[in-house]
Design a protein. Structure first.
Length: 256
């Protein structure tokens, strides 16, 4: 695994949904800087080990929840460089979705990846509104700007899609996503809570104990896991965002 700071990027150019379906994920990708969360990613080439670029970074976001096959403190670095960690995560994703586990992202893999995305850039089983601050401020009022929060939430959604899949496609309820500073203070949250950046979620999974959810999360690239003694499970991606001031692994109950 290569640990590096995420690329300073926020998304790809969107084609119309009909065009995406017709192209089967083979249209041209283009970065749009800080314009907001990515809409449907488009792909111009097959991707495999040795590839580099913004399309690789987007692939890494999409397969990040498949970082490990067992409880392992590792994650898929969104660095735009397709190395062994990305390869292993992609193969796990392919196996889970009934694809050939060949480590090559091509039309079939891109088709599944894009099927997990909705037209607004959120994912198939999660809405941005589920992660809004509970005080009505949306993604505003945190420790970074709203567009950065929204992109962080989008990235977290793909890890949560993996968690949901590993839990047998059981519904996931988000109890708390992003929190504004005001809401975090009112809730008694830590002064530098990862919720303030949009990289954390408190959740419950239907039909699963909190300890079972913790165990699944140990394979999804989450570097922050609060104790499973509660009725909900906290997950966050703090190590990938060391610039937010919390760059150490924190699995409160260790390996479950």
């Amino acid at each position: 695994m290569t640990i590096s700071r995420p690329l300073d990027r926020r998304g790809f150019l969107r084609l119309g949904t009909g065009a995406v379906a017709a192209a089967a994920g083979l249209a041209v990708a283009a970065e749009v800087g800080l314009a907001g969360p990515a809409a449907a990613a488009t792909w111009s080439r097959n991707l495999s080990q040795g590839a580099n670029g913004s399309d690789v970074a987007e692939l890494q976001i999409r397969v990040a929840g498949w970082a490990a096959g067992s409880a392992t403190q590792t994650y898929v670095a969104v660095d735009g460089s397709f190395g062994p960690g990305t390869d292993a995560a992609l193969r796990r994703f392919q196996t889970a979705y009934g694809l050939a586990s060949d480590g090559v992202a091509g039309p079939n893999t891109f088709g599944v990846l894009n099927s997990l995305e909705k037209s607004d850039g959120s994912t198939a089983h999660f809405d941005f509104s589920e992660f809004h601050s509970k005080d009505g401020s949306g993604f505003s009022g945190g420790k970074v700007g709203a567009s950065e929060v929204k992109e962080n939430v989008r990235r977290n959604m793909y890890k949560l899609e993996a968690l949901r899949k590993k839990a047998g496609n059981s519904p996931v309820t988000i109890n708390s996503g992003f929190r504004s500073i005001a809401h975090n203070n009112a809730s008694g949250g830590a002064s530098n809570s990862m919720h303030l950046y949009g990289v954390a979620a408190d959740l419950a999974v239907s039909g699963h104990t909190t300890k079972e959810v913790y165990r699944i999360a140990e394979t999804c690239g989450f570097s922050g896991l609060e104790s499973y003694s509660k009725s909900w499970q906290h997950v966050d991606s703090r190590v990938e965002h060391s610039n937010y001031g919390s760059g150490s692994w924190w699995w409160e109950d260790g390996v479950a």
